[in-house]
Write a protein that binds this ligand. Structure first.
Ligand code: HXC
Length: 509
């Protein structure tokens, strides 16, 4: 046979993966195939495949007769809006996408190349786990992938899409990547499945309840977002990718923008309600600050008392962390501290400047918080902000009370620009609570309490005491926040700041 025909024939066979019947079964579950996913993820025609003809080397359990080309994973590189990315996509139609020694080697090859060439890795997970016929060779393969996840962390962005089963030790590869996206109703992640759970703990739970997209985006926070189907998840991955730099030596991309950096927004002058305890929606401020109102939220469904995500200012990526007064009055607690700390550390690792919007009444009190270790978890956020060397701009819109004032990118944690709105209140605690403590012996009737409270408010419920000390660089008009923040970040483009040499830090885990 002609060699060209031979090549085409072999390619065609590899592209068919586990064959038509299994492809149909994949589609029947509402899932795309490994190759269809890559096609939607990457720019049209940009995919270059590696190792299409690799086969496993197992000879046990009749495997010698069954050696499909590619061995259950499609790997290679391509582009997303013209920027390079390495991809692996597990093929559930071949041995359930299970990971063999050679399957792992294919993934490791593209991870090594991604590191050498400074481009992100996107992994599409859809797998029955370790290739049962291979035993320890498969476990070794997982560990080789894990080691590369660890080495790549903070060097190139790593994104995991979980689009089918991902169970047992296999979950630890996505777990060590920067972002995990799941698909509703067709993906799950757990360390031990429902059957083992029932045997060991007697709990009866479905796979969806134990480790579905809703569980991991709302309860465990293992995943960053959940989408309706594969197509939406892949499109959203492209959107996220556009915010990110290719590696830790490059800046995030600058895109053409069609918004005025000097745009004033008078509606912001009335965003904070007159009643200091009334909530308002902090996401409104973020959207009004962002170029074209585009805000890409991370972990939108978890710890809603803090908002994290990416916007662009004058075309360049900025990470936003903002207390959300609509939920738990915007207080810091275990979940919100962990969520924001991880986000701040991602931004700092990849040179993405951080904008912090503050309206925080303090840390959430209670035994569940203390028993759950709010001290250590709160310290994560404090630590993350304090070690971050990227440009940091902070705007206090209303409350900045107690330790939470310090934590939220204060001047003292090397904030570069610390602005406050005229409505800001920077104090050790709310006026009533403060009065009840310092005037405990002299509260007498209600009038006295009111008078003392008012005195305290007059003294501290404003930004000027902090501004007099230089802890606030300037009190700004809410309407001009976009302009001020854009100018602040523009002035910081050449910022150079280095932490002292150390092997690594010991952040409270
Ligand atoms: C080899 C596997 C496989 C595996 C599935 N298949 N998992 N082959 N090794 N781990 C094969 C099946 O034999 C079947 O082949 C095809 O993939 C599709 O599987 P089905 O069972 O028909 O699909 P479905 O009903 O959708 O169920 C999917 C599943 C189930 C829930 C994932 O296949 C399953 O429970 N698999 C075993 C999972 C598991 O125990 N893995 C090891 C976990 S330990 P045919 O030829 O019929 O199409 C682990 C440790 C990792 O992963 C440790 C890292 C440190």
């Amino acid at each position: 046979m002609d060699v060209l025909q031979e090549l085409e024939k072999r390619r065609e066979a590899a592209r068919m993966g586990g064959g038509e019947r299994r492809i149909a079964a994949q589609h029947a579950k509402g899932k795309l195939t490994a190759r269809e996913r890559i096609e939607l993820l990457l720019d049209e025609g940009s995919f270059e495949e590696f190792d299409m003809f690799v086969t496993h080397r197992c000879t046990d359990f009749g495997m010698a007769q069954d050696k499909p080309a590619g061995d259950g994973v499609v790997t290679g590189w391509g582009t997303i809006n013209g920027r390079m990315v390495y991809v692996f996509s597990q093929d559930f139609t071949v041995f359930g996408g299970s990971l063999s020694e050679t399957h792992a080697q294919k993934i490791c090859k593209i991870m090594d190349m991604a590191m050498q060439n400074g481009a992100p890795v996107i992994g599409i997970n859809d797998s029955g786990g370790a290739r049962i016929q291979e035993g320890v060779a498969s476990l070794a393969g997982y560990a080789e992938v894990f080691q590369r996840n660890i080495m790549a962390s903070g060097v190139v962005p790593q994104i995991s899409l979980v689009m089918g089963p991902c169970a047992g030790g296999a979950v630890y590869s996505p777990a060590m990547t920067d972002f995990i996206f799941m698909v509703k109703d067709s993906s799950y992640m757990f360390v031990t499945g429902p059957d083992v759970v029932k045997t060991v703990t007697n709990e009866v739970v479905s796979a969806e309840e134990l480790g579905g997209a809703s569980t991991h985006t709302k309860k465990s926070s293992v995943a960053d977002a959940a989408f309706e189907n594969d197509v939406v998840a892949l499109a959203e991955t492209r959107r996220l990718f556009d915010f990110l730099p290719l590696n830790n030596r490059e800046k995030a991309p600058t895109r053409p923008f069609f918004d005025d950096a000097d745009r004033l927004d008078e509606s912001l002058n009335t965003l904070v309600p007159d009643n200091p305890n009334a909530p308002y929606d902090m996401s409104e401020l973020i959207v009004k600050l962002a170029d074209e109102g585009d805000f890409y939220q991370i972990q939108e469904d978890f710890a809603k008392n803090i908002l994290t995500g990416f916007i662009r200012l004058e075309g360049t990526t900025v990470g936003v962390v903002a207390n959300q007064p609509m939920v738990l009055a915007g207080c810091l607690d275990i979940d919100s501290s962990r969520k924001a700390a991880r986000f701040v550390r991602f931004c700092d690792a990849f040179e993405i400047p951080i904008l912090t919007l503050v309206d925080v009444p303090g840390f959430l009190p209670g035994t569940s918080q203390e028993y759950g270790g709010v001290i250590k978890h709160g310290a994560k956020l404090l630590f993350a902000y304090g070690e971050a060397t990227v440009p940091k701009v902070t705007v206090i819109t209303r409350k900045a009370y107690g330790g939470a004032y310090d934590v939220m990118a204060s001047k003292h944690l090397r904030g570069d620009f610390n602005y406050a709105w005229p409505s800001a209140e920077i104090a050790v605690m709310g006026a009533k609570g403060a009065t009840e403590i310092i005037h405990r012996a002299d509260l007498g009737d209600g009038d006295k309490l009111a008078q003392h409270t008012k005195d305290y408010e007059d003294r501290f419920a404003n930004p000027f005491v902090a501004a007099e000390k230089g802890f606030i660089d300037e009190v700004i008009m809410p309407q001009s926040t976009r302009k001020r923040v854009c100018r602040a970040f523009a002035s910081l483009r050449g910022k150079q700041l280095k932490n002292p040499w150390k092997k690594h830090d010991n952040i409270p885990l």
